[in-house]
Design a protein around this ligand. Structure first.
Ligand code: PMV
Length: 358
């Protein structure tokens, strides 16, 4: 598939209607950090799709007479939210060439998250994925012949143009984004479900998200990605991501949790190393992030329970572990880790299946 395969030219034959989709967040195991023009990733990445942290978006559309501009209202939890509008406007402009029919409609986008607002959990992945699913429902209504494969590929393609990692939130449960020699069908343009059987060790794999710092990030991921241009270690890092993706693919098939932990924790620390070694340099981890990491390592050494951490572009810690140790790990989290969370806040999530039409 190439970009031009995603250009639609269907007449806007429907007067009005509405759709509603939910889409989850995702957590990368091999990280995407660095991009080329048009949201093309500098290296391939792989993530677990989550289940509980999600965005629910309703899209209502009604034919209008003036078709020169985008026209939309944006509601967050039922109330107008002007400060979200520029991001949506920019997204619509980016996808205009692929979805020209959108300008024929007035859109009402009504969105809410299942996780607390400003919890430090980014809603851009789930939000852009949920909106893209709705747009594809509209496109499918205009072009009922569309195949299911194309529907999901284009939804992921559009989500990517909203926020790179959002393209991994359309499907579950393990999604690859970016060309990789050993993963058939992998693409820089959209995410694909890992086309191999995942070992039972990873069924219902748990992700407990510890909310260490809920404040605004000092450096946005857009700026962070950009700092990978002319970064002294960029080429090695991109090559390493390809190697780690090969290795984790095997691990996901064989269920080797020891190797899983090594790759996942190394990826998290490498991501933050890239931040600390860019120019200008920056640190998104907080002292409590490091306290939590050290306590996880101590607990793992003492108990042999295969628990590990990963980080995204922030201070929060994702604690990953198999379902069969859930009770023990949750007790450990409550006893030893919640003290390092802002207001003791955490979210229990689990690997999930992707977007759902409501
Ligand atoms: O999708 P963006 O542009 O917000 O970038 C997200 C990057 C990381 O979360 C740090 C890593 C990843 O692969 O999700």
């Amino acid at each position: 598939m190439s970009e031009k395969d995603f250009i639609a030219n269907h007449p806007a034959t429907i007067e009005n209607g509405n759709f509603q989709w939910s889409a989850p967040s995702n957590i990368a195991l091999v990280k995407y950090w660095g991009k080329k023009a048009n949201q093309i990733p500098a290296n391939p990445s792989i993530s677990f799709t989550l289940n509980n942290c999600k965005t629910i978006t309703k899209l209502a559309f009604a034919k209008k007479t003036e078709t020169g501009n985008f026209s939309f209202d944006l509601l967050f939890e039922g109330k107008p939210k002007e400060d979200f509008k520029p991001k949506i406007q920019k997204f619509l402009e980016r996808i205009e060439v692929y979805c020209p029919y959108l300008k024929q409609y007035h859109l009402t986008i009504d969105t809410e998250n299942t996780f607390p607002h400003s919890s430090g959990i980014a809603s851009s992945a789930s939000g852009m994925a949920a909106l893209s699913m709705n747009i594809m429902s509209l496109e499918k209504a205009l072009n009922p012949e569309m195949s299911e494969e194309y529907f999901y590929q284009k939804a992921s393609f559009l989500a990517r143009l909203g926020s790179g990692s959002a393209c991994r939130s359309v499907k579950g449960s393990v999604v690859v984004w970016g060309n990789h020699a050993e993963i058939e069908g992998s693409s820089d343009l959209f995410g694909v479900a890992l086309p191999t059987k995942i070992h039972d060790n990873f069924s219902n794999y748990q992700d407990t998200i510890l909310l260490v710092d809920k404040g605004e990030k000092q450096v946005s991921s857009t700026v962070g990605h950009d700092l990978m241009h002319n970064h002294p270690f960029a080429e090695q890092r991109f090559a390493q991501a390809h190697e780690n993706l090969s290795a984790i693919k095997t691990v996901l098939e064989t269920g080797n949790l020891e190797d899983f932990i090594k790759i996942v924790e190394s990826e998290a620390l490498t991501l933050h190393t890239m931040m600390m070694t860019s120019m200008p340099y920056f640190i998104l981890m907080k002292p409590n992030t490091l306290e939590i990491i050290n306590r996880i390592w101590k607990f793992r050494n003492e108990t042999n329970i295969p628990i590990c951490f990963t980080l995204d572009a922030g201070a929060n810690v994702h604690v990953l572990y198999p379902e069969n140790v859930r009770a023990t790990v949750l007790q450990f989290i409550k006893d030893e880790l919640l003290g390092y969370c802002q207001n003791g806040q955490y979210i229990c999530d689990v690997i999930g299946t992707g977007s759902i039409q409501l």
